[in-house]
Design a binder for this molecule. Structure first.
Ligand code: DGL
Length: 264
């Protein structure tokens, strides 16, 4: 029986991490849950998020007998990991902004951090900066507008390039920003659009590092075998789910069901 790995995000962002993890570890069954009822997470208070994420993830880990959980959301990971780890007896992998590799890569010493409004201001993020920035200047941009553009794109809609240019202006105005950390899992889905507005900058996300972390935690057992079809869950029915279903299928996820505590 392949191990079931549960992924969590507020929306479709975490699929960027799932893609990287599945590529390196194709032998597992992957399930994905997104909390679209409370989307976007970047504008919600920490206490609410800790309660909410712990409740959804712990319930599904139990029902699916998941052997590993990946919190594919920087906004949730930067507050909810201690709570999740205190209630779950399986490994919980969190996704946090890739500031350490950014600090090794920058030549100018100016790093961009593109994340949600919550993540850019978190004390967890400040701790990462203090630990790794080696005296770099950090330009922080917190944007829910870009999170919405990524959702729109994956639901089959057109990305609004005016919105993209407006949100990315602080980086365009500081050409010394040579490395930009995509500190929200929605943003790798907008990589081509970001690259077209900010050519020549290195964009770093956490996908491959998380894939290697999963491989090391599982003893690389997921590298062999076929894996299975996992399930997808969301927390609210809405019309745009029709567009998302195709993307979920392409990621090897089957039926999309509505999660409600105690009612699956
Ligand atoms: N994808 C999420 C992250 O990595 C959250 C986006 C949101 O809901 O604001 O932070």
């Amino acid at each position: 029986m392949p191990t079931n790995v549960l992924f969590f995000d507020s929306g479709v962002g975490g699929l960027s991490v799932l893609e990287a993890v599945r590529k390196l570890n194709p032998g597992f069954t992957y399930s994905y849950v997104f909390d679209n009822a409370c989307f976007p997470y970047g504008e919600l208070p920490s206490d609410f998020l800790i309660e909410r994420v712990t409740s959804i993830v712990s319930d599904l880990v139990r029902r699916l007998s998941a052997g590993l959980a990946v919190i594919a959301c920087n906004t949730a990971s930067t507050v909810a990991l201690p709570s999740l780890r205190s209630v779950l007896d399986i490994p919980v992998v969190g996704v946090v902004p890739a500031l350490k590799p950014a600090a090794s890569l920058t030549k100018t010493g100016v790093i961009g951090l593109l994340a949600t409004p919550a993540t850019v201001h978190r004390s967890y993020t400040q701790k990462l900066i203090d630990e790794f920035d080696r005296g770099c200047r950090i330009i922080r941009v917190g944007s829910s507008a870009l999170v919405r553009e990524a959702e729109k794109k994956l639901s089959g809609g057109m990305v609004d390039m005016d919105v993209m240019r407006h949100e990315l202006a602080p980086f365009a105005e500081e050409p010394l920003t040579d490395v930009i950390v995509l500190g929200c899992t929605h943003f790798p889905h907008l990589r081509p659009e970001i690259e077209s507005i900010l050519p020549g900058r290195s964009l770093i996300d956490s996908g491959e590092a998380i894939a290697r972390r999963v491989a090391s935690l599982t003893g690389n057992a997921g590298a062999a075998g076929q894996g299975g079809t996992g399930e997808a869950f969301c927390t609210k029915s809405e019309p745009r789910l029709e567009g998302i279903r195709g993307v979920l299928r392409d990621m090897g996820l089957g039926e999309l069901r509505i999660w409600e505590k105690g009612a699956l």
